[in-house]
Design a binder for this molecule. Structure first.
Ligand code: HEC
Length: 111
């Protein structure tokens, strides 16, 4: 998979918040290489993808969802990543381990 695109990979403010664990670094790499094309690096999809019904991540609504939905919300997101949704959001379970998917859920939660 295209995980070599680390060039210019500074995440600005996020990077300085605290030291990232290897899982977080890996999740950020996967996000950049495999998800950001459609979802946007910051979870804000480019217009052509927003028009296809991708919801923005990192919004207050998402934060409330994580806050009130807790592990149920996280499990739902993990399921969507693993199994896919609709015709454009492909299943990733053949490419990512459950640990990587769990780390991606946390990445989305922290966008
Ligand atoms: C080719 C474009 C594309 C790529 C690449 C892609 N997605 Fe998606 N994703 C979509 C679309 C379109 C939807 C909306 C599907 C729907 O609601 O029918 C979606 C939905 C989702 C959802 C569900 C959000 C909700 O509304 O519940 C999650 C979570 C998600 N994607 C995570 C990821 C992750 C993580 C990756 C990378 C491993 C990824 N996506 C890669 C297009 C993409």
């Amino acid at each position: 998979m295209l995980l070599f695109s680390l060039g210019g990979g500074f995440l600005g403010g996020c990077a300085s918040r605290r030291t990232k664990s290897p899982e977080e670094v890996r999740a950020a790499e996967i996000w950049r290489a495999s998800c950001a094309f459609c979802h946007g690096i910051d979870g804000n999809p480019p217009p052509e993808w927003a028009a296809k019904g991708i919801r923005r991540f990192g919004t207050l609504g998402m934060k409330l969802g994580f806050f009130f939905g807790g592990d149920k919300m996280r499990a739902g997101i993990a399921r969507t990543i693993a199994e896919g949704k609709g015709s454009e959001m492909k299943p990733f379970k053949d490419y990512l381990t459950p640990q990587e998917i769990a780390a991606l859920v946390r990445h989305i939660e922290n966008l």
